[in-house]
Design a protein around this ligand. Structure first.
Ligand code: ACO
Length: 329
């Protein structure tokens, strides 16, 4: 059987209610609104409530995506959740989301590729639909990074926020829409530049790991910055070239929302004008796996995504990993 064309049938998002501004952060940390805005472009972020876990946001996004598509949870074949802040190490967060939305029976698993996770999960989900192994796959990018942060470390605490986005994948009936292709990769040499070291089998939880603050995200910001600025450009060029397309064909560039300086530098090198670059990190910070689907939802709601538009998404993150996806909307 020839591979089927796969389309993004609907998008949904869910973010916590609580907004935390840079000024609020500077009450507890040695930082300032000026520094955070100048170095990252972030003004505020959403922070989950004490009793809100990743699956709660993921389920909210899932319900909205399904209702936008007019699909009921029992019609789902597979739920894939990309997250670096799962509810628990196991069972998978996808199982909690499945329970919350009533998708009993659907296969449910998590995919770990840090902030690149959403693009990796999109690739996996689209392969299931393209092959005919599944008809409907829900891909959720969800993170409550705030619970993985060291709130005494100003170099990481100011950069992240919480949120979730979900997309429903179905096979397309029209030729002119659908996922065109991916460029995925990983550079294991950079694994130590961005990590959450303890709590896994390498460094199980102990009084030492707690005292040493090893259960929080640790990052070499400068090196990750250099990697991101370089890889966005090369991965975007590769996925376009692989499909005989050029920068001039891109209607909307949706990069992972980590830092406005990374995005602007990449867009400039690629030659994509600012009006074709979607950003919202000033309101959400880096929501990790949720950043790209939240952008897609906001762009579609704002009328910045029209049927037939060529969308270029590029994610990057710990691993160090990267992933680009081209979609005809
Ligand atoms: N407020 C005030 N000062 C600060 C803060 C802060 N919040 N954080 C760091 N500083 C200080 C540093 O201590 C340093 O001081 P020093 O010069 O006296 O040593 C100074 O500011 C400059 O620090 P740099 O790290 O050089 O600042 P830079 O311009 O590189 O910006 C940043 C730092 C924003 C972290 C940047 O490097 C960055 O965005 N990196 C990429 C991060 C990223 O994208 N991560 C997500 C990856 S996706 C995933 O998988 C999770």
């Amino acid at each position: 059987m020839a591979p089927r064309i796969v389309k993004i049938a609907a998008v949904g998002t869910c973010v916590p209610e609580r907004i935390v501004t840079n000024d609020e952060l500077s009450l507890a940390l040695d930082t300032s609104d000026e520094w955070i805005r100048a170095r990252s472009g972030i003004r505020e972020r959403r922070i989950a409530a004490a009793d809100q876990a990743t699956s709660d946001l993921g389920a909210g996004a899932a319900v909205r995506a399904l209702s936008a598509a007019g699909v009921v949870p029992s019609q789902l074949d597979i739920i894939i959740v990309a997250s670096l802040s799962p509810d628990m190490i196991f069972p998978p967060t996808a199982s909690f989301i499945s329970g919350a939305i009533g998708a009993d029976g659907a296969a449910a698993f998590d995919l770990s590729a840090a902030c690149t996770g959403f693009v990796y999960a999109l690739s996996a989900g689209s392969a299931y639909v393209a092959s005919g192994q599944a008809d409907r796959v829900l891909v959720v990018g969800a993170d409550v990074v705030s619970k993985m942060l060291d709130w005494e470390d100003r170099s990481t605490a100011v950069l992240f926020g919480d949120g979730a986005g979900a997309v429903l994948l179905e096979h397309a009936v029209e030729d002119e829409e659908g996922i065109i292709g991916f460029d995925l990769g990983n550079d294991p040499g950079g694994a130590d530049l961005l990590s959450l070291p303890a709590g896994g089998s390498r460094l199980p939880a102990s009084s030492e790991t707690i005292a040493g603050r090893r259960h929080f995200i640790q990052m070499n910001g400068r090196e990750v910055y250099k990697f991101a600025a370089r890889i966005i450009v090369s991965s975007a060029r590769k996925v376009l070239a692989d499909h005989g397309l050029g920068i001039e064909d891109v209607d909307l560039f949706v990069p992972h929302q980590a830092n406005i300086r990374i995005i602007e530098s990449a867009a400039k090198k690629l030659g994509i004008p600012p009006e074709r670059v979607f950003t919202n990190l000033e309101r959400y910070g880096n929501t990790s796996c949720a950043s790209i689907p939240i952008c897609l939802d906001e762009a579609a709601s704002a009328g910045k995504l029209q049927h037939g538009d060529l969308v270029l998404m590029v994610g990057f993150g710990a691993g160090l990993s990267w992933g680009s996806c081209l979609v005809r909307w």
